[in-house]
Design a protein around this ligand. Structure first.
Ligand code: UD1
Length: 421
């Protein structure tokens, strides 16, 4: 039976929404729990398919995982084995790469196929592997199968990342915390999720300075205990809801929403005609009048406008009078959603890494298919502005990052629901 989201556009959004914990924090945090010989508890964990895949990997490596209400406990006391990661979960998400360093520490080796995830263009893992090799690991490819071993264990290193990869910074941070000696990571990514991972590791006994800046310093320790930790709120869900308000109109208060990480997205939406107020970890986004084009905007590494927010912002700009262009400097194929935008009557053309948009006065409901996670959410955002009914298929992509997107939108007054037929 095909499952799809039905959205009837044209209703403004009103109300409040509390942000869930950030997927991009929770997934590395779950992998980091494998580094710990005691129990770790993440107190707020959204029910995402990527979280379920992470639980499957942790369980295969000997961890005991248990849901406790909205918390997820991971006990790594008995972890070990041959470090062979289960193929299905590894191929289902890019974040399986986070198990490289923890499995190396706990099992002495790791074997896995190439991680899956959204098809945003080439997504090599060379920086993860190069850093691990400099720390003493050996890497062997047999066709698609990757085996990494650390016969003499890992050791501290002074390492410059060739570009500020979020995932590679997290991999090397997880490798460094249990590697004897000092590690210095230069040119590290500075996303807030990295500081969140470091906060958890520090609570477990790790010695880290500078996480969340381009220069990270780690003093390896012998063991980590496990800790209870509340992951940071999801700035991409926040961006999605802010863009949804821009698309549908209305006024929505985002609770538990720090302003800084959302600021570049809000700056673009305000240029298009929205209003944003903030204070006390609450951001209120509203849109009453028509939208206008914003010219060319670029994504970049943090603190610039986030690549993950690019498709949802582009969706809102489909009805902004005049020209907009959203260019993603991080991934080559960010706008697979362009086809769906056109099906709705939007004038959006891919040009290299950019989406060139000429605003139209109206969009009309259509059958749509999510091709990836954020592009899928972007189609839902665009459908909120479309007259008539849209059916959005390919929900598995969206469930990787949004617990219940239709439910969240419905609670804000949208006519949105999931159906099977
Ligand atoms: C993370 C986020 C993702 C976000 C991205 C960029 C998680 C779980 N996912 O993904 O939502 O869109 O950051 O903010 O946190 N690269 C290499 N070699 C490597 C690693 C990366 O060439 O070894 C390239 C990638 O192909 C890409 C760029 O570096 O072009 C950025 O990727 P990276 O920061 O690593 O993204 P992810 O960690 O995969």
């Amino acid at each position: 039976m095909a499952e799809y989201m039905v959205i009837r556009g044209g209703r403004p959004l009103e109300g409040t929404a509390r942000l869930p914990a950030a997927k991009n924090s929770v997934l590395p945090l779950l992998a980091a729990a494998l580094l710990c010989k005691g129990e770790s508890v993440l107190t707020q964990v959204p029910r995402l398919s990527d979280v379920e895949q992470s639980v499957a990997i942790l369980t295969a490596l000997g961890c005991r995982c248990q849901w406790r209400g909205r918390g997820l406990a991971v006990d790594g006391a008995e972890a070990g084995g041959d470090g062979a990661l289960p193929e299905g979960p590894v191929r289902a998400m890019r974040s399986s790469v986070f198990y490289l360093a923890p499995a190396l520490h706990r099992c002495g080796r790791v074997q896995m196929p190439m991680p899956g995830g959204c098809k945003l263009g080439p997504r090599p893992i060379d920086i993860h592997l190069d850093g691990l090799v400099k720390m003493g690991a050996r890497v062997q490819w047999q066709g698609e199968s990757l085996t990494v071993t650390a016969p003499g264990g890992l050791h501290g290193v002074d390492y410059s990342l060739r570009l500020p990869s979020v995932g590679a910074t997290e991999t090397l941070l997880m490798a460094a915390v249990l590697a004897p000696g000092q590690t210095v990571l230069r040119g590290a990514a500075a996303e807030p999720e990295i500081a969140d991972l470091a906060a958890f590791l520090t609570a477990c006994g790790a010695r880290i300075r500078g996480a969340g800046t381009p220069l990270v310093q780690v003093e390896g320790v012998e063991a980590l205990t496990g800790a209870t930790h509340t992951p940071i709120p999801d700035r991409i869900v926040a961006a999605t809801l802010a863009a949804a308000v821009a698309s549908a109109g209305g006024r929505v208060k985002l609770l538990g929403c720090p302003f800084e990480p959302l600021a570049p997205t809000l700056e673009i939406l305000c240029r298009a005609g929205c209003t944003a107020e903030h204070g006390g970890n609450t951001v209120t986004v509203s849109r009453e009048g028509p939208l206008k084009g914003v010219g060319r905007v670029y994504t970049g590494v943090y603190p610039a406008f986030s690549t993950d927010a690019a498709p949802v912002v582009a969706a809102a700009l489909l009805t902004a009078a005049g020209h907009s262009a959203v260019e993603d400097t991080v991934f080559e194929n960010r706008f697979a959603c362009a086809e769906g935008f056109s099906a709705l009557g939007g004038r959006a053309v891919r040009c290299g890494r950019a989406l060139e948009i000429e605003g139209v006065a109206r969009l009309s409901g259509a059958d749509l298919r999510a091709q990836d996670l954020r592009g899928g959410a972007a189609l839902a955002v665009a459908a909120l502005a479309a007259e008539g009914e849209s059916r959005l298929f390919g929900l598995a992509h969206i469930r990787r990052g949004y617990g219940d997107l239709a439910g969240i939108l419905r609670a804000l007054g949208a006519d949105a629901a999931c159906r099977r037929e």
